[in-house]
Design a binder for this molecule. Structure first.
Ligand code: XMP
Length: 512
C-alpha cells in the first residue's frame, strides 16, 4: 500500500485517485496522525502532499522522521518537497516568484520517475501553485528538472529513492503527471496493480450492509448523477430498506423536477417521495445575497424538510447522500489541519447534530468520473450517467445577489437556450459543465430603435476531469454569437451576454 501524508492541500485526494487508477491501494492520513499510520500500515511507499502552510514559519507541519529512516521510497509534492528538503538538511525560502498555473518543465537528467515519457532536453507542461521554493538541496540530492521560476522543479536522491517535485503531478493540467505517479508507485516502489472499480463496488455494498444492518435509509435525490448512483448502489445493497426523497427547492432548471420523478418512480421502481418545498426555500432566501448565507440557508431547510419526511416515513435510521470527495475537501477543514474552506457545499455543510440519523455516503472517496464509472458498473443509462453536474443549491448560486422568482424564470429560459445550442452543436459531451449566470447588473442596450435597460447574462462552460481544476471551454466565436442572439431575442429581461474565460484555479466553476 501507499501512505499519503496530507498537509492540507485542496487536491490531496487527487494523489489517492492517481494511485487508485494505477490499481494500488492507498490511504490518506493528516500529518498529525502520520507517524501512527506509518507504523500501522507499513506502506511500501510514501507521498507527501502539498499544503497551504510555509515551512519557513515556526510551527509549520513536518513529516515524521521515521518516514525518511525506513528505507521506503518517498515522493514529496510542493509543500511536501519543501518540508522534505528542510528536514533532510536543505533550505527553503519564501519565493519572490510566486507561480500559479501553467509552467514549462525542462528535463535535465534521466530518472526512473520520468521513465518512458520524459527524456532529457525536452520540455513539458506542468501545473504550479506555490509561493515558497527550495533554494539549497540536501546532501545526496540532484536536480532532474527545472522550470523558469523553479530551479529545483524536480529533484532526486536516486540512491535513497527520495523524489521531490515543485509542481503538482496529481492534477490533470500536468498532462503526464499520472505517468509520473505511476512510475513512482510501480517502478520505483515495485507495487502491483490489483485494485479495480468492480472491487470498489463490491466492497462498498458490503460496507453499506454492514453499516445499515436492518436499519432504514432515506436518500435525498437531487436529480444529479451522484445521488442517483448512491441510491442505486444502496438499493442494490439493502433493497426496500431504502426510501428516496426528492426535495424540490424551486431552484431546479426547466423541466428537471419532472424528469427526476419519472426516472426513479417509473424507470427504476425505487420508492420515491416527491416534496414540493419551493415556497419554503424561496421565502427563506428572500433578501439573502451573501453566497455563504445562501448555501447555509438552503442546507438548513434541506435538512428540515428531510427530518419532517423521515418522521412521516416512520423514522429512518440513516440518511444517504451522494457526497463526493471534492465536496468534502472543499467544505471541511481537516480537524486541526490547515485546509482552507472555499465554499460550504450544502450536501455536507450544516448537518445539525440534532438530526438523529447517521450518514451513509458511499461515494465519499470518489471523484465525478469515478462515480460515472461506478454508475456504468451498476447499469445506469448512459444519457443519465453522462449528465453535467448540477450543484445542490441549484440556481440560487447562479444568481449573484438577491434571488427572485422573476430572476429564476429569466435564468431558466436563458440556460435552456444555451444548453439547447450546445446539444445541437454536438458539444455537450465535450464539456464538463455549462450553465448561465444571471448578473445583478443592468446595462443599456438598443432594440428596435428603443432603449433597453436589462440584465447581463454570463455564460460559463468548462472542461475538467474531476471538478478540482478546470479550463474554460474554447467555443468558436460564431457559436457564442449565435447563442447571444438567440438569448437576447427569446428571453425577456436580458439585453447583453458575456462569456467567462477564467480557469480554476484561480476561479471556481460556479460563481458563488
Ligand atoms: P466549484 O464552484 O467549487 O464547483 O468550482 C466544483 C463542482 O462542484 C459543484 N458544486 C456543488 N455540488 N453541492 C453540490 O452537490 C454544492 O453545494 C455545490 N457547489 C458547487 C459545481 O457545480 C462543480 O461541478
Amino acid at each position: 500500500s501507499v501512505l499519503i501524508i496530507d498537509f492540507g492541500s485542496q487536491v490531496t485526494q487527487l494523489i489517492a485517485r492517481r494511485v487508485r487508477e494505477g490499481g494500488v491501494y492507498s490511504e490518506i492520513h493528516p500529518f498529525q496522525n502520520a507517524a501512527e499510520a506509518f507504523a500501522k500500515l507499513k506502506p511500501k511507499a510514501v507521498i507527501l502532499s502539498g499544503g497551504p502552510a510555509s515551512v519557513t514559519e515556526g510551527g509549520s507541519p513536518r513529516a515524521p522522521e521515521a518516514v525518511f529512516a525506513a528505507g521506503v521510497p518517498v515522493l514529496g509534492i510542493c509543500y511536501g518537497q519543501q518540508t522534505m528538503a528542510e528536514q533532510l538538511g536543505g533550505k527553503v525560502e519564501a519565493g519572490h516568484h510566486r507561480e500559479f498555473g501553467r509552467a514549462f518543465l525542462s528535463i535535465d537528467t534521466p530518472s526512473p520517475l520520468f521513465d518512458g515519457f520524459w527524456s532529457p532536453g525536452t520540455k513539458h507542461q506542468v501545473w504550479m501553485s506555490h509561493g515558497d521554493r527550495v533554494t539549497r538541496l540536501p546532501d545526496g540530492f540532484a536536480v532532474i528538472a527545472t522550470s523558469e521560476n523553479a530551479p529545483y522543479a524536480a529533484v532526486a536522491d536516486e540512491a535513497r529513492h527520495f523524489y521531490a517535485v515543485q509542481f503538482h503531478p496529481e492534477v490533470v493540467h500536468t498532462p503526464d503527471g499520472a505517468k509520473l505517479i505511476s512510475n513512482f508507485v510501480h517502478k520505483i516502489a515495485g507495487l502491483k496493480s490489483d485494485w479495480t472499480m468492480a472491487a470498489y463496488r463490491r466492497s462498498m455494498i458490503d460496507k453499506v450492509r454492514a453499516q445499515v444492518g436492518n436499519g432504514r435509509v432515506i436518500c435525498g435525490l437531487s436529480g444529479g448523477v451522484d445521488s442517483a448512483v448512491a441510491a442505486v448502489l444502496i438499493h442494490e445493497a439493502i433493497g426496500d430498506q431504502l426510501t428516496c426523497v426528492f426535495v424540490d427547492h424551486g431552484l431546479m432548471r426547466l423541466g428537471e423536477a419532472d424528469e427526476v420523478v419519472g426516472l426513479f418512480r417509473d424507470h427504476y421502481n425505487i420508492p420515491l417521495v416527491h416534496v414540493d418545498a419551493s415556497e419554503q426555500f424561496l421565502t427563506a432566501l428572500d433578501g439573502v445575497s451573501d453566497p455563504e448565507t445562501k448555501r447555509k440557508t438552503i442546507g438548513k431547510h434541506f435538512i428540515d424538510v428531510f427530518e419532517a419526511e423521515a418522521k412521516k416515513i416512520g423514522g429512518a435510521d440513516f440518511l444517504a447522500q451522494g457526497t463526493l470527495y471534492p465536496d468534502v475537501i472543499e467544505s471541511v477543514s481537516f480537524t486541526g489541519g490547515p485546509s482552507v474552506t472555499i465554499k460550504s457545499h450544502h450536501n455536507v455543510g450544516g448537518l445539525p447534530e440534532r438530526m438523529h440519523m447517521k450518514l451513509v455516503e458511499p461515494l465519499r472517496e470518489l471523484f465525478k468520473d469515478e462515480v460515472r464509472a461506478l454508475g456504468r458498473e451498476l447499469g445506469l443509462p448512459e444519457a443519465f450517467v453522462g449528465r453535467h453536474p448540477f450543484p445542490g443549491p441549484g440556481l440560487a448560486i447562479r444568481i449573484p445577489g438577491e434571488i427572485t422568482r422573476e430572476k429564476l424564470d429569466i435564468l431558466r429560459q436563458a440556460d435552456a437556450v444555451y444548453l439547447d445550442e450546445i446539444r445541437k452543436a454536438g458539444l455537450y459531451d465535450a464539456i464538463w459543465q455549462a450553465f448561465a449566470v444571471l448578473l445583478p447588473v443592468r446595462t443599456v442596450g438598443v432594440m428596435g430603435d428603443g432603449r433597453t435597460y436589462d440584465h447581463v447574462l454570463g455564460l460559463r462552460a468548462v472542461t475538467s476531469v474531476d471538478g478540482m481544476t478546470a479550463d474554460f471551454f474554447h467555443f468558436d466565436m460564431a457559436f457564442l454569437g449565435r447563442v447571444a442572439t438567440r438569448i437576447i431575442n427569446e428571453v425577456r429581461g436580458v439585453n447583453r451576454v458575456v462569456y467567462d474565460v477564467t480557469s480554476k484555479p484561480p476561479g471556481t466553476i460556479e460563481w458563488e
